[in-house]
Write a protein that binds this ligand. Sequence first.
Ligand code: ZN
Length: 333
Amino acid sequence: MHWPGSSRERNRCEAVLISPLQADAAPAIGIDLGGTKIEALLLAADGSSRWRERVATPQGDYRATLAAVAELVARAESATGISGARIGIGTPGSATADGLMRNANSTCLNGQPLQRDLEALLGRPVRLANDANCLALSEATDGAGAGAEVVFAVILGTGVGGGLVVRGQLLAGTNGLAGEWGHNPLPWADADDAGAAACYCGQTGCIETWLSGPGLARDHALRSGESLSAAQIAHRAARGDAACEANLQRYESRLARALAAVINLVDPDVIVLGGGLSRIERLYSTVPTLWAKHVFSAGAAQALRTRLAISVHGDASGVRGAAWLWGPPQRRR
Ligand SMILES: [Zn+2]
């Protein structure tokens, strides 16, 4: 059912009221603050969706971004007849120890005390985590990693991020850096990995520079002189294009090596992939056979129990994980 009036709001893209809320529920509102859109989702205590809406992100305007988030919260509560919902927000980048945003590709957020400002505006505590941590929490709670003890989740998209959940708890880390695997160097580099690129973080040859969509495209352009997007490369490889196939095989080798290092460190039950490149289906069969060569004493691939899985909630993982920052759903008995 469409929320009344949605078509009259200039920047409102989507609004859905899914079902009435039970009076005894303890709901949470998750907000995914992205560079182009802000999505809000109200989840009931049992994990079911009650309301969601998506609006365009005000470009380059921090105050307008805060106001857009507050408006979404007000509309969620008005639509469902509740007040004082718990608020979690997922953002690109992360907060420093003193609460200032850093590394967000929505650059108007950087240097701003986003969490404090939202708490002041909304009159309640707000929890904040980066988008990869939200993916990890969402998938560990009721997605591809549900029931698993250790879940590592990776976003393979415009950038590369990671998040780690252990026994249902997100590990943020004392510096807020847990899971920032994308800014480690690519391990077990070989001759195919010549030509490492500078990363925006100040290092050279970060995993992100190889495994992001732009990284895949750059590698292809370097070898073939052809400028293709990651999606075009995957599509052409599937149709037998030799240069694209070789490019994708290099990508699989790098992803396998990068994930083997994660397995050696935290030995997860499941590694969940999200982001645009996670839709390349062959990764789920090729990468686990390749990572076995680099995992300590792994031997044959079948001896390893770590699963590689695509995210169940897809693009909604960010907003769902943000809602779960206050705790997992309470299952009905
Ligand atoms: Zn980096």
